[in-house]
Design a protein. Sequence first.
Length: 153
Amino acid sequence: MAARLAERHVGAGQDPLHEVYDFASWAAEQAPADSPLAVLPVVAHTERYRVLAAAGGRPAGPAVSGHWTSRRARQVMKAAFDWWLEWEGEDHPRNRLDLNFLAHAKYCEGRSAEAAALFHRIGPHATPDPWSYPDRDPHHAFLAARDAALGSV
């Protein structure tokens, strides 16, 4: 749902009131405190980057795009990371995918120590999304981000 909503209204650019952000925030707020939906705003933010970068509205390098450094983005990333620190749902079916989205966001935000903690938890379990965004080799992008984050701690 977040991926499809992110694709709407490309011309709106990085509008902080875009419907994908509203949807993701609403779903996360409605979910129980221990729900993995807490990561949905991060997924929405990343999916919007994918769309904007593909349309030429953001630089192709996610870490240099500035997409993860707005006040709203930092709040979303902090809330999701804080939730992850307390979460014990290792057996959740989306666990690895959600951790990859969160590690990607933390790395792009420039929070290497937080990204490193996530990379430790992910281990070798990289997922194509979001590391392939926008049209990158996911394996290479994951390894480069992981090496950079782990090398900084």
